[in-house]
Design a binder for this molecule. Sequence first.
Ligand SMILES: [Zn+2]
Length: 105
Amino acid sequence: MARISKPTEFKKCSKCSLVKKYNVFRKKKDKLGWTDVKGEIRYSHCKKCESSSMRLRYKISPIPQMLSNSRIRAKTKGLEHNINGEYLKLIWPKSLNLWKSGNSF
Ligand SMILES: [Zn+2]
């Protein structure tokens, strides 16, 4: 059953468990979240927790982030986005080595 949340100004972050004001929680486009005082749907964890979990995920694998960036670049340039994670993995070690050798001088 869906829980209908009352509009609130302060919310306890689901990750750091700190009670924070609604504006430190990012807005969502779908209906899954909680409602702030302005009637907008927000994430259950604060921006700070969101960015730290992003950083953690990037450390484990930067590929999803790189793919998302390249998709945005392709869109703004009006190009077709036709690369995927497998392709990035394929070219990854080579470009990483090039970068390393370029910096070793
Ligand atoms: Zn938090």
